[in-house]
Design a protein around this ligand. Structure first.
Ligand code: ANZ
Ligand code: ZN
Length: 800
């Protein structure tokens, strides 16, 4: 028996695998059945790998190693998503250039990943900050531009005063910057946008073909937020102005007892601009005060104030309900958003919760127009029309179309999804490949001039002036217009950090290609990604953006699949031992490097997989890793013991059962229960006086995807020479697994009194005899049975 020296074992095999630049894990671009096994590539932060990375990466590695043994051609690549604010902020703080920061961080991350024994095909490594890579990110931008899918517009934007840059809507969480938590400000700025809204229907429609967690699909559906409705017009009395509203319930028009405008609504702005001269509003001062306070809140805050709605009437202003011709008051409230629908609503308090709250609070009239079975208000369901003139008595769903028609309204579809704000006023990103010419306007940089490289500069701090630091580098900025040769300037904004990750999974397929984004034969062979593992925090950011770009590339015939990622698995959050999210301030962070030092990479891998179902959130248990470490120790001691020379074994049935279980569990992502099965098998093996080497080899193969270093070492100890990576995965014989005994349930007068082991398919007479042989049963059998009920292979019931 030898000591499990994990340090020596892991170093030894990592060195072996590294030979020839990890050639053993290089995928070939043709031949065998392919499997594209992808993990979300990391942002190489200064903090290094955390246990959450280890979780997802280990799971994906287990699948890769298992499928190689199953004979598949597995592509399991790795790369770096390295543009973005953290590297830039760190660079500013430490006065090191971001490219140097990234280089150091990448080196550290790569070392950490290798120390975990993750079997990547390193020949395909990509780095989004490499000019050879972002050349193609810029190239895709140009295709978007040429298709009219990238455009510039003056728009209200979210501005983070701390990061001094514009944020996308997706990057604002509860009114705060997703990155630094600072309250977001609203500004109007000229920005680049990508027309993701043009793909809204397809992004929605194609979700149905994806094997994704329902929760993530639902988040995308809500984010896209498609709703069918109509635009109806309300004339303002004594004015040439009419207010269009967007409603999903045109059937309730007769119940619209007032209008509500967003504080930013153009009608309000116009009246305010007219000042004291405007003839309509009587309470102008109060209205101005209200608007001032409302527009300071964030959109999310405004929506969140469900209970305590605020608002103010525009005194003197009346609108006309186009169906009933009744005059109704007009209010302003911040629960109506300026940038959704038309920025104005018809309020139907009888059938809408928010309108109901508002009407109750301000004593506005409530008219019921749809009657269902329930009679409480607000009634949100369908039913029969009432109080609606000649529509009374009709089904409300039928009435929708007729009412739109009757008042000259227009059917429309609305989306919550906004176009993607794509420019950032920061240094560390892909330059947007556009030249601004006073004569020709926005001119794309000719493709032959790509990449537009980031200039190496001393000063890359944000200017805070809504302008990128690149704007001050005259030598870089001033260029000739490619169209008219006149004096022109480069676009100085850079792309957001999400750009590079929108298509990296394609570059892995052909990472060295200098002529094209990728070769179409390779694309056709490898796509789509068969399995994508990563965190759920990317549900509406990366995963939506990447699907959008993929569809654009599909339309350009650069990719042949409609969707990039067929199957998605979200690893659950690993919590601190206190059950809270790991964070430095709480002091509950565990560091993978320390754990590898203390217990070895195999223990860390195995433990993280053993903690619970992959997709669940799980608290860290310091004793758990010790338990797993002991298990691996026992494996090693067994393999190096003299039991191994044995011939006979009674393990066949359990071994085959375990092979079946582990195979099925890996296929179903039940990695924790696969490990339990291996533990049960080890227990049984330890009880044996002697062991058959062949049986032990099978066990080692099953262990290999989980604990590759130890398994490989054991394989060698058992006298095998080669690497386990392409050894065939063990098969099992179903007939050996079948149970030969069963648990016979014994009942007396219908109550269970005992359970006894019985051979399969025994007769009733045999079962009776067996039952009567049991002491407990004898105690209860106080007389002869009047009747015996026997269910073969299940139970016997004595009725006394
Ligand atoms: C009248 C009505 C009656 C409505 C009723 C609902 C129920 P979704 O499904 O999310 O698209 N709405 C329209 N524009 C709005 C805005 N800018 N800010 C806040 N609310 C707005 O919601 C559409 C419904 O939300 C619309 O239909 C409108 O209220 C409101 F019994 O119109 B409804
Ligand atoms: Zn020009």
């Amino acid at each position: 028996m030898s000591k499990y020296d994990f340090k020596k074992i892991e170093a030894k095999w990592q060195k072996e695998w590294a030979k020839g630049k990890y050639k053993i894990w290089a995928a070939s671009d043709s031949g065998k059945e392919k499997f594209y096994d992808l993990v979300m590539f990391p942002y190489p932060s200064g903090e290094g790998l955390h246990v959450g990375h280890v979780e997802g990466y280990t799971a994906a590695d287990i699948i890769a190693r298992y499928l190689r043994m199953k004979g598949k051609n597995v592509l399991h690549p790795m790369g770096w998503d390295a543009f973005g604010l953290p590297a830039e902020n760190f660079a500013i703080k430490t006065k090191t250039h971001p490219s140097v920061v990234v280089k150091n961080n990448v080196a550290n991350f790569a070392k950490q990943l290798r120390s975990l024994g993750l079997s990547y095909d390193w020949s395909r490594e990509v780095n989004t900050t490499d000019p050879e890579y972002y050349k193609w990110t810029q190239w895709i931008f140009l295709q978007l531009f040429k298709k009219g899918l990238a455009y510039e517009a003056e728009i209200p934007v979210n501005w983070c005063p701390k990061d001094k840059t514009v944020l996308a809507n997706e990057e604002v969480i509860d009114g705060c910057c997703e990155r630094c938590g600072t309250q977001v400000e609203h500004k109007k700025l000229k920005q680049w946008l990508l027309k993701i809204t043009a793909y809204a229907d397809r992004l929605l429609e194609d979700l149905k073909d994806l094997e994704w967690p329902e929760r993530v699909k639902e988040m995308q559906r809500n984010w896209i937020g498609r709703s069918e409705g109509a635009i109806l017009n309300f004339q303002i009395k004594e004015s040439d102005f009419s207010v269009p509203v967007f409603t999903t319930r045109p059937d309730t028009l007769a119940g619209a007892t007032y209008l509500v405008l967003a504080p930013e609504h153009p009608f309000v702005t116009r009246l305010l601009n007219d000042g004291p001269n405007q003839p309509l509003i009587k309470n102008l001062d109060d209205v101005e005060k209200y608007i001032f306070s409302a527009t300071k809140k964030s959109e999310r805050e405004r929506l969140a104030e469900v209970k305590d709605k605020t608002g103010i009437a525009l005194e003197g202003v009346m609108a006309v309900n186009p169906l009933t011709k009744k005059e109704i008051p007009v209010w302003i409230s911040d629960y109506v958003l300026a940038h959704y629908g038309t920025g104005a609503i018809m309020a139907v308090p009888a059938h809408d919760e928010r309108d109901y709250e508002f009407a109750k609070k301000f004593g506005l009239p409530i008219t019921e127009v749809v009657k269902g079975l329930a009679s409480q208000l607000p009634y949100l369901g369908n039913g029969t029309m009432v109080n609606s003139g000649h529509f009374d008595g009709t089904d409300n769903i039928k009435a929708k179309e007729e009412i739109i028609h009757a008042v000259g309204g227009q059917k429309t579809v609305n989306y919550k999804l906004r176009d993607w704000i794509f420019s950032r006023q920061r240094y560390w990103g892909e330059p947007i490949p556009i030249i601004k010419c006073p004569t020709c306007g926005n001119v794309p940089v000719p493709e032959k001039d790509l990449p537009v490289e980031l200039p190496k500069v001393e000063n890359y701090e944000p200017t805070g002036k809504t302008e990128s630091p690149l704007a001050s580098i005259d030598k870089w900025v001033n260029v000739k217009c490619p169209q008219c040769q006149g004096e022109a300037k480069r676009e100085t904004n850079t792309m957001p950090q999400w750009a590079g990750s929108c298509w990296y999974y394609l570059r892995y397929l052909d990472s060295q290609n200098k002529k094209a984004l990728l070769d179409s034969k390779k694309e056709q062979y490898w796509m789509p990604v068969d399995l994508y593992i990563g965190g759920v925090e990317h549900a509406v950011l990366h995963l939506l953006y990447a699907r959008f770009w993929h569809k654009v590339l599909f339309d350009l015939r650069i990719v042949s699949t409609k969707e990039p990622f067929i199957k998605l698995v979200n690893q659950g959050l690993i919590l601190g031992a206190d059950g809270q999210k790991m964070s430095k301030s709480r002091g509950n962070v565990v560091n993978p490097d320390d754990l590898i030092k203390e217990f070895g990479a195999d223990s860390l891998r195995l433990y993280e997989m053993f903690m619970g179902p992959l997709e669940d959130a799980k608290p860290w248990d310091p004793r758990g890793i010790v338990g797993v470490y002991r298990f691996l120790n026992r494996v090693y001691m067994l393999v190096t013991s003299d039991k191994v020379k044995g011939k006979n074994t009674n393990l066949e049935r359990l071994l085959h059962k375990t092979i079946k279980k582990v195979t099925g569990d890996i296929g179903g992502f039940r990695l924790n229960t696969a490990i339990s099965a291996l533990m049960i098998l080890l227990n049984e093996m330890e009880k044996n006086e002697e062991l058959n080497t062949k049986d032990l080899e099978q066990f080692i193969k099953l262990l290999f995807p989980f604990a590759p270093h130890l398994a490989q070492e054991c394989w060698q100890q058992l006298g095998q020479k080669g690497l386990l990576d392409y050894e065939p995965w063990p098969g099992f014989d179903e007939s050996l697994i079948e149970e030969t005994t069963f648990d016979l349930v014994v009942q007396i007068n219908g109550r269970v009194r005992a359970v006894v082991k019985a051979d399969k398919d025994i007769s009733q007479a045999e079962a009776e005899k067996l039952a009567q042989g049991d002491e407990v049963v004898r105690k209860w059998l106080t007389g002869p049975a009047k009747k015996v009920i026997f269910v073969p292979n299940r139970l016997i019931n004595f009725i006394l």
